[in-house]
Design a protein around this ligand. Structure first.
Ligand code: CP
Ligand code: NVA
Length: 318
């Protein structure tokens, strides 16, 4: 098995022991190096043994991909995972976060947390003495964005200057895509209904991070958003926690379904991405999910490879 190239190992050594709460917690070079390592891991050119480290998963929302990909990634790294679902720990009975975070730091080596408020994640990171990873909050989904740009790289090689159109809610997934795209020099165009745009402060932050490398454009016209784009991405109209808004959102998002008609305005070779789970027939048509342009299931698989690279880097296993 080949070694991690010296440059990659040295760049990633800077994030050993650090938290990953936002896409903005990494520099461009660190993201590029993580994707490089993920590629080696996926091809089987690199094997990393962390030696029985333990990842704690605290998930207050449902998950298939994130939970399982973290579990499998940790197993492949020679470590293990403990499920700290609040329903089965004292967290569910109101034990204080600051106590929980300090106690878990004595048992585990790293925590991946899925919750609602970003501030809760920040509080965990403050009290824990081990790295904390954002496994999705209402604000961001940074592990997803790493897998998304890795999937674009697999499709195109160099992704600098490519355009990714995201159609739908300016939500957690959109926020991480905007920031990560800015760092990687990928232009991101968000097409969302009026009132469902990404948060202005995230857009401003991404524009600053882009340093003219990439553009971030917002429009309320889905056709304008996909025009000539090399990748078209969508996510559910009602995220976890927004179930009560489903009816109102269904009305607001009419015309924002990624279907064959909308795609006819994108680049003729455009790839299709969706973080999943999908509501087929709502934000994306069956035909588009199943089309030859869909990279959706590669994208899901890639969660495993990028998170394996991330865990190895945060735990200093390179
Ligand atoms: N994309 C994603 O995070 O999927 P899960 O909700 O199944 O983890
Ligand atoms: N925006 C979605 C993403 C699910 C992976 C949600 O937060 O439910």
């Amino acid at each position: 098995m080949s070694e991690t190239p010296l440059g990659v190992a040295s760049i990633l050594s800077c994030i050993k022991g650090r938290d990953f709460l936002s896409s903005a917690d990494l520099t461009s070079d660190q993201i590029i190096s993580l994707l490089d390592l993920a590629s080696q891991l996926k091809k089987g050119n690199r094997r990393i043994d962390l030696g029985n480290r333990v990842l704690g998963l605290i998930f207050t929302k449902a998950s298939t991909r994130t939970r399982v990909s973290f579990q499998v990634a940790m197993t492949r790294l020679g470590g293990q995972t403990v499920d700290l679902n609040p329903q089965v720990t004292q967290l569910g009975r109101g034990e204080a976060l600051e106590d929980t975070a300090r106690v878990l730091s004595r048992f585990c080596d790293v925590l991946a947390i899925r919750t609602y408020a970003q501030q809760e994640l920040v509080d965990y990171a403050h009290w824990a003495s081990i790295p904390v990873i954002n496994a999705l909050t209402d604000l961001e989904h940074p592990c997803q964005a790493l897998a998304d740009f890795f999937t674009m790289q697999e499709a195109f090689g160099d992704i600098t200057g490519k355009t990714l159109a995201y159609i739908g809610d300016g939500n957690n997934v959109a926020h991480s895509l905007i920031i990560c795209g800015a760092l990687l020099g990928v232009n991101v165009r968000i097409g969302s209904p009026n009132g469902f745009e990404p948060l202005p402060r995230i857009v401003d932050q991404a524009r600053q991070l882009a340093c003219e490398r990439a553009s971030i454009e917002l429009t309320n016209d889905p056709v304008e958003a996909v025009q000539g784009a090399q990748a078209v991405y969508t996510d559910v109209w009602s995220s976890m926690g927004q179930e009560a808004e489903q009816f109102q959102r269904e009305k607001a998002f009419q015309g924002f379904c990624v279907n064959e008609e909308l795609l006819s305005h994108a680049d003729s070779e455009a790839i299709i991405l969706h973080c999943l789970p999908a509501h087929r027939g709502e934000e994306i048509s069956d035909g588009v999910i199943e089309s030859s342009f869909s990279r959706i299931f590669d994208q899901a698989e890639n969660r495993l490879h990028v998170q394996q690279a991330l865990l190895a880097a945060l735990l200093g296993g390179l």
